[in-house]
Design a protein around this ligand. Structure first.
Ligand SMILES: Nc1ncnc2c1ncn2[C@@H]1O[C@H](COP(=O)(O)OP(=O)(O)OP(=O)(O)O)[C@@H](O)[C@H]1O
Ligand SMILES: [Mg+2]
Length: 279
């Protein structure tokens, strides 16, 4: 049995599923691989040991986003196949926005504008029943292993100073989580979605654009994308001084994740240089 619960229902237990005869891998992320499934569908098949609760959370949040009218693939069911948990998603045909920029197929400036507008479109929808972004960031700060108690305390203090927001934040908005289909760009990967101040969502995106190590993209293209994204933020009136304040808690939250050592080093260097009120 599968389930296709409403956005806020508690999912029932999952039972085993036979894979179709022909199955191939389309892409891979940190937590899962995306493989072909039945007609017009893919499986997001999680790595062994990935917690069931997190799969259920992603399913619920992906359905929430879809129900709110955000362009995103429909999440159809949680299943177990070949001993692994998986979500059945509607299949989206097309490269990621990251691939389009990296390959030079599209201009970084144009892609950055589309990327920013999509993030704003997510922020504008306000579905109910979401976890709070600030609470999630606080939990990550407390879980960050290689930061001092003082740094964690300072970040939690900054977190409290930022006015609470009610925006729908994706929580991991970066160009590899956007697929550019013939019908327009769609957002995937909703595990970290939450309700909160949009500045945290912008701050995290900026950290990823500046310091994450996706590989294979040249510095100039990357810089052009970042600058165009910043320009789009400015043009839309995003309060950059508030985004800068949100940066310290966002850095600590990012440090709680299994990131590349070079990114970790860069984030620690930023923290070391940060004034007490943010950087
Ligand atoms: N519905 C879909 N249809 C087609 N391709 C998809 C779909 N969902 C995801 N993908 C592809 O799979 C990749 C990884 O998906 P996703 O980001 O959900 O995995 P993840 O393991 O959570 O990623 P991360 O590394 O960001 O944690 C995406 O970048 C995209 O290329
Ligand atoms: Mg992803």
């Amino acid at each position: 049995m599968t389930y296709a619960a409403s956005a806020d229902a508690t999912p029932p237990a999952t039972s085993a599923h036979e894979p179709p005869q022909e199955q191939y891998k389309l892409a891979e992320g940190r937590s899962a691989e995306i493989v072909s499934w039945k007609d017009g569908q893919v499986l997001k098949r999680y790595r062994p040991g990935f917690p069931r609760a997190a799969v259920d959370t992603e399913f619920r949040l992906a359905r929430t986003a879809h129900a709110a009218g955000v362009p995103t693939p429909a999440a159809e069911a949680v299943i177990e196949t070949e001993g692994r948990l998986a979500i059945v998603f509607e299949r989206c045909e097309g490269p990621t926005l990251y691939e389009l920029v990296r390959s030079g197929a599209q201009k970084p400036e144009r892609m950055a504008q589309i990327f920013f507008e999509l993030q704003r479109a997510v922020h504008r929808s306000a579905p109910a029943g979401l976890p709070r972004f600030e609470q999630r960031i606080a939990a990550s700060i407390e879980a960050a292993a290689d930061v001092s108690m003082e740094a964690a305390r300072a970040a939690l203090d900054i977190l409290e100073r930022i006015p609470l927001g009610e925006r729908f934040c994706h929580g991991d908005f970066h160009p590899a989580n956007v697929i550019v289909t013939a019908r327009g760009p769609v957002v995937v990967d909703w595990l970290n979605a939450a309700r909160g101040a949009a500045v945290f969502d912008f701050a995290r995106t900026l950290l990823i654009l500046r310091y994450a190590r996706p590989g294979g993209i040249d510095r100039q293209t990357r810089r052009a994308f970042l600058e165009a994204y910043l320009h789009a933020c400015d043009a839309a009136g995003v309060d950059q001084s508030l985004v800068a304040i949100a940066r310290v808690p966002s850095i600590l939250a990012r440090l709680a994740e299994p990131i590349d050592p070079a990114e970790r080093e860069a984030l620690h260097a930023l923290l070391a240089a940060a004034p007490a009120h943010g950087c």
